[in-house]
Write a protein that binds this ligand. Structure first.
Ligand code: ZN
Length: 194
C-alpha cells in the first residue's frame, strides 16, 4: 500500500502522471439545495479515509476547513481517484467528497473503521470504452467520464446498506451492484440496481 501524503504526492505526480493534463472542472457543483447531503454538510467533519485497491494508494485527509477547500488535500483526493490506466487526473466533483465524508462518519457510528475502498473514480473515455468492451456495465456517457462518479465499498458494511444510505443522502444517482459495490454520482437523482 502506498500512503499518500503531501510529501510523497509531488514525487508521485512527477512519476506516474508526469504528462497528465489536469483540466479544471471547478469546485462549484457541490450543492444541491434541499438535499439531505447539503443539510449535513455544515454538521460533519470533512474527512475522507480512502483506499484504491487498483493502485494500493491510501489517504486520510481533511479537505475543507475554516478558510474553505484545502487545495493540497483536494489534489491528493483527485490523484487517488485518477484514471490510473491512462495516468490522467482531473478535478473531481467535490460533492462526492462531502458524500464520502458523511458515509465515513455514518460507518464509524455503526462500529466500522470508516475506510472506503474506491473501486473506480475518474475514467477517460478510452478506459470507459475499454471496460465496456470487456463486458462491464459502463454507460457510453458514464458520469465517471465527467468526474462525477465513484464506485465504492465501505469496509465492514453491507453493500445493500450503503446503497440505501447513499440513496437516502440524495447525492444524485445511486447504483446498487448487488454484492459488489455501490455507484454514486452527482448527476440527477435516480436509482437502479443490477
Ligand atoms: Zn460507477
Amino acid at each position: 500500500m502506498t500512503l499518500l501524503t503531501r510529501r510523497t504526492f509531488l514525487s508521485s505526480l512527477a512519476g506516474a502522471c508526469a504528462t497528465a493534463v489536469i483540466p479544471s472542472y471547478g469546485l462549484a457543483t457541490a450543492k444541491r439545495p434541499g438535499s439531505r447531503l447539503d443539510r449535513l454538510v455544515p454538521l460533519i467533519d470533512p474527512v475522507v479515509d480512502l483506499h484504491n485497491p487498483h493502485t494500493g494508494d491510501t489517504l486520510t485527509t481533511r479537505f475543507h476547513g475554516p478558510t474553505g477547500y484545502d487545495p493540497d488535500a483536494v489534489a491528493l483526493i483527485n490523484y487517488l481517484m485518477r484514471d490510473w490506466r491512462e495516468a490522467s487526473i482531473v478535478q473531481m466533483d467535490v460533492r462526492l467528497f462531502w458524500a464520502l465524508a458523511v458515509i465515513r462518519q455514518a460507518a464509524m457510528k455503526d462500529g466500522h473503521s470508516g475506510l472506503i475502498h474506491l473501486n473506480s473514480g475518474y475514467r477517460t473515455k478510452k478506459t470507459n470504452d475499454h471496460l465496456r468492451s470487456l463486458g462491464y456495465h459502463t454507460a457510453p456517457s458514464s458520469m465517471h467520464i465527467k468526474a462525477q462518479a465513484n464506485d465504492i465499498v465501505v469496509e465492514g458494511a453491507k453493500v445493500a446498506d450503503i446503497a440505501k444510505f447513499v440513496e437516502w443522502l440524495q447525492v444524485g444517482g445511486t447504483g446498487h451492484y448487488r454484492g459488489s459495490f455501490v455507484h454514486m454520482d452527482s448527476g440527477p437523482i435516480r436509482q437502479w440496481s443490477e
